[in-house]
Design a binder for this molecule. Structure first.
Ligand code: HDE
Length: 726
């Protein structure tokens, strides 16, 4: 029998895409018909000042093509950034649970394409807005395409897909004036939220630092829903998917996020692109939480409820393999824009559950692609093609590419020899899990979903104090933008059911009171059923270590960006030493000065400036370093931009370092000020994120201490001190 399974390896997709790539190098320009063009700057006219002639096929073709260049942007997740890579399992330990080969064969590197996105903003909106981030992965497996279409937050706003249109309408810009762009901070969203108790757990995550990631490379990914693994014997196990970045989860601070939206609206996109370009390949470990079918009702929440996580204390993560993103796309439109995901793209060994949110998604994704592509043939677009060959009787339609041979375009047929054939389960045919289902037709949700606050409370209880502060501040911002006091009041009512402490802290910032007895009826139609009865005494936890970014922190300086501020007269030796140490730690350094051009050291050597103050800012770096050097420091002392740079980085909690005369500069920039002076010795002190070397002994440890400070990511102690905001 002829097999339609190629030998898939990490390069299979790249090779396939090669057939579609166009390279203009050393080529003549042609029309779409392949005819060489001899002039493309003027259209064909009746005389040099005359009208266009219809016979100008080149002009008509060029203009027509341009006029039709745009396709509808995604109705949500419109703004995204893509990357190619591969996935490789560590071992075959998942065989016990799934027959999906790409998850169980440690010798196979499955090619894949990932698209990260924001949800609310339009295609041209800023990257650093407060929002959920999409994390969608298309695995081109040897058994067909598998799409894991997830987010960087493990829960969702709503429980039932029928609320999705309402949610998106409420969060998108207002229908009358299209404002605000890419932000939930307006009345319609919070009105909706305040009337939907099921939203509360998600609200906590969205107000947290998770919603302003430092990088797409530094955020988690979650499948969100509970899916099913199916093994060779047909046994099912519930599964939740988690991507964990090897660089750890890190976030921006809100002030920084807002400034970046103006200074570099492409911040996350650029960061991903440059990291891959420089060989800092983003890596994510795929982990799963596995729950045997018989344990379905052992928790105090329903596994089918997408507003709940399974705390890792109850079901620990099992690492199963690693994804590496190692190639930037060649063409944004052809790849990142045209990639079309669908949670129903499944391969044998993975199946869905009855999660009412997931069930609705299974309809929505193909439907929305039809709107984007205006054709059912979008699967033939190069980025969407599987690396397996495709054989079926779907033909015709707009932009059909495949040339199906033969007369038999139906099944069963004898004319075509009964081909293509059906594949039984043991030949790789997809067999749906034979779950027993029965019930009455009813618009209702199980009573087991009617628990809207306990995990929101767990989330709040699990935060460190700095994280709590950020959540409260985020609520002050978001709800502070809400004009209706009634809505603000209602939202604080919900918060009072999450935590009185939280509600009080929010209320005082937005001019409302914490109600004594708040009750808001759910819009869901909850009905008691078997599941809710069985779950009554299920397991739960009050606090979990794994939702806090701070408690679960990965400390590394890898791929961190450091600004070196200097002017003529800096200490060349010191700069070289620190640069080398940063390089060894995997960080990258850029020279920042007032102007572009060559900067001369005190000993005569020259270094070229990478960025001038007008083109950059402290918000674009993770840490800053100012080398010693009398003249350089004197010049920096007179530069408002430099002082602001240092001051702002300090206020954003970043690692900052200097030596010798630079300490005077730090004092002037207000980062070693009164608050930090040791009252008894008079010696200047600060937190561990401010690294100074005043003498030779300190100089020895200087680079190491600076790198340790960078690894910490942020030094939140500073938030305790009273400071004018950056
Ligand atoms: Fe989506 N979602 N979604 N979503 N979603 C789309 O499909 C939808 C949900 C997610 O980079 C759309 O191709 C419904 C959860 C990502 O191309 C659309 C519901 C999760 C992306 C759609 C949800 C996601 C989308 C718009 C509730 C995390 C971007 C464009 C029932 C598990 C994929 C498109 C990309 C995109 C529908 C909820 C993730 C309209 C109906 C939960 C990452 O089909």
């Amino acid at each position: 029998m002829k097999a339609n399974k190629p030998n898939v390896n990490q390069h299979s997709k790249d090779k396939q895409l090669d057939d579609f790539r166009e390279d203009p190098q050393d080529q003549y320009m042609t029309t779409d018909q392949g005819v060489r063009v001899n002039h493309t700057d003027d259209h064909l006219k009746a005389g040099p000042r005359g009208p266009l002639l219809m016979e100008d096929f080149h002009f008509r073709e060029k203009m027509t093509h341009f006029d039709h260049e745009s396709i509808p942007e995604r109705v949500v997740h419109a703004r995204g950034s893509g990357a190619h890579g591969y996935f490789q399992p560590y071992d075959d330990s998942m065989k016990e649970f799934t027959k999906a080969k790409f998850l169980t064969d440690p010798n196979t590197r499955t090619p894949l394409f990932v698209r990260f996105s924001t949800v609310v903003g339009s295609r041209g909106s800023a990257d650093t807005v407060r929002d959920v981030r999409g994390f969608a992965t298309k695995f081109y497996t040897e058994e067909g395409n598998y799409d894991l279409v997830g987010n960087n937050i493990p829960v969702f706003f709503i429980q039932d897909a029928n609320k999705f249109a309402d949610l998106v309408h409420a969060i998108k810009p207002d229908p009358d004036n299209e404002m605000p762009q890419a932000s939930a901070a307006h009345d319609t969203f919070w009105d909706f939220a305040s009337l939907m108790p099921e939203i509360n757990h998600m609200i906590m995550w969205v107000l947290s630092d998770r919603a302003i990631p430092r990088s797409f490379r530094m955020m988690d990914g979650f499948g969100v829903h509970t899916f099913r693994f199916i093994n060779e014997a047909g046994k099912a196990t519930f599964v939740k998917f988690h991507w964990k970045p090897t660089l750890g989860v890190h976030s921006l601070v809100w002030d920084e996020a807002q400034k970046l939206a103006g200074k570099d609206a492409d911040w996350l996109r650029r960061d991903l692109w440059e990291a891959i370009d420089m060989g800092h390949y983003p890596e994510f470990e795929l982990n799963v939480q596995l729950v045997p079918e018989e344990d379905e009702f052992k928790f105090d929440f329903d596994l089918l409820d997408a507003t709940k996580i399974i705390p890792e204390e109850l079901v620990p993560l099992r690492p199963i393999g690693k994804m590496v993103l190692n190639r930037n796309p060649d063409n944004f439109f052809a790849e990142t824009e045209q990639v079309a995901f669908h949670p129903g793209n499944l391969v044998p060994g993975i199946d869905v559950t009855n999660d009412p949110l997931l069930q609705g998604r299974l309809f929505s994704y193909i439907d929305t692609q039809l709107n984007r592509f205006n054709s059912a043939n979008f699967g033939e677009v190069p980025i969407n093609r599987p690396v397996t060959t495709v054989h079926n009787h779907q033909g015709a339609g707009f932009m059909r590419q495949t040339i199906n041979k033969g007369k038999a375009n139906y099944w069963p047929n004898s004319i075509g020899g009964g081909c293509p054939m059906m594949a039984p389960g043991n030949q790789g045919g997809y067999v749906h899990y034979a779950e027993k289902v029965e019930g009455h037709k009813i618009r209702a949700r199980s009573e087991s979903f009617n628990n809207h606050y306990s995990q929101a409370t767990m989330f709040w209880n699990s935060m460190t104090e700095p994280e709590k502060k950020h959540i409260v501040k985020a609520a002050h911002f978001e709800l502070g933008k809400v004009e209706s006091k009634e809505i603000r009041q209602r939202m604080v009512g919900h918060f009072s059911k999450v935590s009185m402490d939280f509600a009080q802290r929010v209320a005082e910032g937005i001019g409302v009171e914490v109600p004594k007895n708040f009750d808001q009826e759910s819009t869901g139609n909850y009905e008691a059923d078997d599941a809710s009865k069985k779950m009554k005494s299920g397991k739960s936890v009050k606090e979990t270590k794994f939702v806090s970014i701070e408690k679960d922190k990965v400390r590394t300086a890898k791929s961190r960006k450091v600004a070196i501020l200097l002017e003529d007269g800096y200490d060349y030796c010191e700069v070289m030493q620190v640069k080398q140490a940063l390089k060894d730690a995997g960080a990258s350094a850029k020279i920042v000065s007032k102007f572009h051009g060559m900067r001369k050291a005190s000993t005569g050597e020259e270094i070229e400036t990478d960025k001038s103050h007008i083109t950059t800012g402290s918000i674009m770096y993770d840490a800053i370093y100012i080398p010693d050097g009398e003249k350089s420091i004197e010049a920096l002392m007179k530069e408002g931009d430099a002082l602001h740079f240092i001051n702002e980085a300090f206020k954003h909690g970043k690692a900052i370092a200097t030596s010798g005369k630079g300490i005077e500069l730090f004092k002037k920039a207000d980062v070693l000020g009164v608050d930090f002076a040791d009252k008894t010795s008079g010696k200047v002190k600060s937190d561990k994120g401010v690294v100074t070397a005043g003498n030779d002994a300190e100089a020895k440890e200087f680079a190491t201490m600076f790198i340790d400070a960078i690894k910490e990511h942020r030094h939140w102690d500073r938030e305790e001190k009273m400071m004018v905001p950056a």
